[in-house]
Ligand binder design. Sequence first.
Ligand code: NAP
Length: 348
Amino acid sequence: MKRILITKPCGYGELKIVESPSLKIKKDDEVIVETKYFGVNYSECLIRMGIYKSAKDQSTYPITPGFEFSGIVKEKGKAVKNFKVGEKVFGVVKFNAYATEVKVPENQLFKLPKNLTLEESAGVPVNFLTAHYALINLGNLEKGKKILVHSAGGGVGSAILQLAKEKGAFVVGIVGNKKKIEVAKKFGANKVIDYSQENLWKKAEEFSPEGYDLILEPNGIKTIKESFNHLAPRGKLIVYGFQSMVHVKKNGKVGILNWLKVASKYLKTPKFSPLEMANDNKSVMGFNLSYLFDEKEILKNSVEEIIKLFEKNKILPPKVKVYSFKEVGKSHKALESKMTVGKLVIKI
Ligand SMILES: NC(=O)c1ccc[n+]([C@@H]2O[C@H](COP(=O)([O-])OP(=O)(O)OC[C@H]3O[C@@H](n4cnc5c(N)ncnc54)[C@H](OP(=O)(O)O)[C@@H]3O)[C@@H](O)[C@H]2O)c1
């Protein structure tokens, strides 16, 4: 088999494909999948840079990143009941999806939704599970609630728009350039703010003067304080990323972290006062999906609901941009450029 192996924090050009021994079934509930596509996520850029905490907790380098994939069942353990060899599947794994073969326990594997292709399915799990956990498990989203979604033209952002719209929320999407406006509208935003052209917070106040019931925060220092300030009473700020804290070098070894800038942003990141939260009736919550793959019930219930919504055409597959296996570095560079819309996937 072949896989991308990261031996130390590195730039785009050092994401190389290496040969490695084929995977073997060792436990009865395991399934080996011949990968056809895998999804590219901003979190994997952070693994490449060497600052993704859950990667550091689990393993040091060398590491093969990758949280999601689609493909064909190649081999299965004796206890696996729900899948046949040759069947099309998609799934989640805590690392190792950037490879031609992936091994997972049966509960992390799912049948393809009837109306989705292998290409589309590879880009579903991380975005939609992140969106689902944030909106439903943490946000307890109900019809009529007002929500504000940063990076609304991106992978996770466009999934949040769709699930929120499906629940009957009033959704305001925020994007960083003109070409993402139509994408955000297509995926369900009632209103879109393009912060490259208009004053983000003035517009946000115009669309909901009383504040927002839920604000989904992937940016960190750039917007997190103002996001908190724009919550309505009983509002929740759900923090799931810190991308404005990340700075990569643009010259020399491109894609390597500029640690000085990162440290300075880290030190300036706002802290929240429990007194202020209690007095203002506002909450701040956070999560990391990769720690939730072991939560079998949450994973099962969320994926079942997401598949049902796809099959009833209540939500659309992500807009997918396909790169080849040799272009993983290029896909990371694109994702970090802020210019991408929808989801990036790699075709094996
Ligand atoms: N907690 C979790 O479990 C979890 C799971 C999945 C993803 N995430 C997080 O969710 C966020 C979105 O991930 P994604 O894979 O769906 O990416 P994405 O949204 O498709 O792409 C990144 C987008 O973020 C915005 N952005 C703002 N500042 C940026 C910066 N300094 N560098 C790069 N992009 C920046 C840009 O959109 P605009 O120009 O429109 O602002 C850019 O297009 C990331 O922070 C990721 O780490 C967290």
